[in-house]
Design a binder for this molecule. Structure first.
Ligand code: FAD
Length: 386
């Protein structure tokens, strides 16, 4: 029998364990998040109380090994992102930043001491992390960052600012990237360090159920041990971004799927001209086109997930996935909104919320244009960024 949200039976491409993980995450979110998300979005509230529960489920740093992390495969991590974003991109963003940016930066580039100190607490949701790369004047071009760390004896002293930082105002530990005499380096800045403050960004029209902040660093003094000693140059932050982008290309499928589910239900129950609107050819064309795009995006995500699990996934392939799946998800969410007519602008229904959220998703972790240029460079061998 046809599952309208899985026309191609992509579920049969998953292992039993992957299906179990997906079902567990979905059941948890249906119980603890879905009933409240419209209200959180409306009141611009991030549900901080959920964080330890996400930790208990093993969703924080889920695809990392050791230090209390679940150590699942990449596809399972992707499926968890899909379910989270099926509720709201804000929840998936929290998990992406915690696991793929904050925790991954420590796991990949940190010392044994830093890993032991932070990763178990971050995995359990007892601590929250953020990742500060973007600056007010340097977004797509982080190489130009002005935040600077200089040596003073054995210490480092950091001055500068970061902006648009997810979890910034909540974070117990910030990974901050700064210029040094030796190029870009990463540092762990604990909350409460003298000279380190945050300001939350208000009046967001997108990703409202998520905390986004600016970080201010004024003569922040840190011991030598605060440096992520293994990270050298822009490769340090870019490796982390690649991890997060992978979660996004699955997550976008979740937002699209939830939008289509909402539109299908609405089209079936809404009567106009004495018939359900799902019986009109024009509505069916919209639904069919969206189902084709959704299923293609899911196949793409799964293919890239299998490549990642074989350690064969290349950066430009991640760009293909992020560019395509976020672009398709926005188009689907907007089209679903039209199926709902006037009701589509109500917070009672998810498609417009997803579409608004996806505006952030298409911008962070590399804009559409940046990913287009990454793919262009892979195709031609010529970098066209400047
Ligand atoms: P700009 O770089 O100024 O770009 C503006 C426009 O110009 C874009 O359309 C861009 O594609 C285009 N453009 C730029 N360069 C080129 C070029 N060479 N060729 C063609 N077009 C170009 N950052 C973090 O470090 N940590 C976070 O946790 C984080 N969370 C975020 C959460 C939200 C909700 C948002 C909105 C952003 C977040 N960001 C975060 C920042 C995000 O990564 C940046 O917004 C993004 O990299 C784009 O930078 P920018 O906003 O400065 O835009």
């Amino acid at each position: 029998m046809t599952d309208p949200l899985d026309l191609l039976d992509t579920a049969c491409l998953l292992t039993e364990e992957e299906r179990d993980i997906q079902q567990t995450v979905r059941a948890f979110l249906d119980d603890r998040a879905r009933p409240h998300i419209a209200e959180w979005y409306d009141s611009a509230t991030f549900p901080r109380d959920l964080v330890p529960e996400l930790g208990k489920l093993g969703l924080l740093g889920m695809h990392l090994d050791g230090y209390g992390c679940a150590g699942t495969n990449a596809v399972s991590y992707g499926l968890a992102c899909l379910e989270l974003e099926g509720v709201d991109s804000g929840l998936r963003s929290f998990v992406s930043v915690q696991g793929s940016l904050s925790m991954f930066s420590i796991w990949r580039w940190g010392s044994e001491e830093q890993k032991s100190e932070w990763l178990p607490r971050l995995a359990a949701g007892e601590a929250i992390g953020c990742f500060g790369l973007t600056e007010p004047d340097f977004g797509s071009n982080p190489a130009g960052m002005r935040t600077r760390a200089v040596r003073d004896g054995d210490d480092w002293v950091i001055n500068g600012s970061k902006t648009w930082i997810t979890n910034g105002g909540l974070a117990d530990i910030a990974t901050v990237w700064a210029q040094t005499d030796d190029g870009i380096r990463g540092f762990l800045v604990p909350r409460g360090t003298r000279g380190f403050t945050t300001t939350d960004i208000k009046q967001k029209l997108s990703l409202r159920a998520s905390v986004t902040s600016s970080l201010h660093l004024e003569d922040v003094r840190l011991p030598a041990s605060a440096q992520l000693s293994e990270a050298r140059g822009l490769r340090g932050p870019l490796a982390c971004l690649n991890e997060a982008r992978f979660g996004i290309l699955f997550g976008a499928v979740g937002a699209a799927r939830d939008s289509l589910r909402t539109a299908l239900r609405y089209a079936d129950s809404r009567i106009q001209f004495d018939r359900p609107i799902s019986a009109f050819q024009l509505t069916q064309k919209k639904l069919a086109d969206m189902a084709v795009a959704l299923n293609s995006a899911m196949l793409l995500a799964l293919h890239l997930g299998r490549l990642k699990d074989r350690h064969e996934l290349r950066a430009e392939q991640v760009s293909v996935g992020k560019l395509n799946n976020v672009r398709e998800a926005i188009a689907i969410a907007r089209e679903c909104r039209t199926v709902l007519g006037g009701s589509g602008i109500s917070g009672e229904y998810s498609p417009l919320r997803h579409a608004n959220n996806l505006e952030s998703v298409r911008t962070y972790e590399g804009t559409d244009e940046v990913h287009t240029l990454v793919i262009g460079e892979a195709l031609t061998g010529q970098a066209a960024y400047r």
